[in-house]
Design a protein around this ligand. Structure first.
Ligand code: THU
Length: 131
């Protein structure tokens, strides 16, 4: 399995998920180009739209700690299926991390690796603001 440690960290973080409404526990682990790993889980809210996904928790933690260059993100859940990042997370990841590897892992440990540009082709991104 590729990205074994990254996947292990995502699975471990999934246990911290706060998902009393959807009951879907999601874990993410984001790898920097320097080899550091930032983890995140989904955190729901009784006012549903205030929920944050695991992927955005992870990247906001990394950015807030001063990290800017990323290589891959692993996403895991306690469901059998792969959980591909939602549209909002794809946009945030593309802006802040660029075209990283996205490592999807289902409950059984099956793995699918794709690129963010495959999940979000022709993206609106920050290049439009360059002079
Ligand atoms: N969720 C994530 O954490 N990541 C995704 O990419 C998809 C959805 C969470 C948000 C919410 O807590 C639950 O899954 C159901 O939508």
């Amino acid at each position: 399995m590729r990205y074994k440690l990254l996947v292990q960290k995502a699975v471990a973080t999934q246990k911290n998920s706060y998902a009393p409404y959807s009951k879907l526990k999601v874990g993410a682990a984001l790898l920097t180009t320097t080899g550091k790993i930032f983890t995140g889980c989904n955190i729901e809210n009784s006012s549903y739209s205030l929920t944050i996904c695991a992927e955005r928790t992870a990247i906001f933690k990394a950015i807030s700690e001063g990290h800017k260059k990323f290589k891959a993100i692993a996403v895991t859940s306690d469901k059998l299926d792969f959980i591909p990042p939602c549209g909002a997370c794809r946009q945030v990841l593309m802006d802040l991390a660029g075209d990283i590897d996205v490592v999807l892992v289902d409950k059984k440990g099956n793995q699918k690796i794709t690129k963010l540009s495959f999940l979000l082709p022709d993206s609106f991104n920050k290049s439009i603001f360059k002079p």
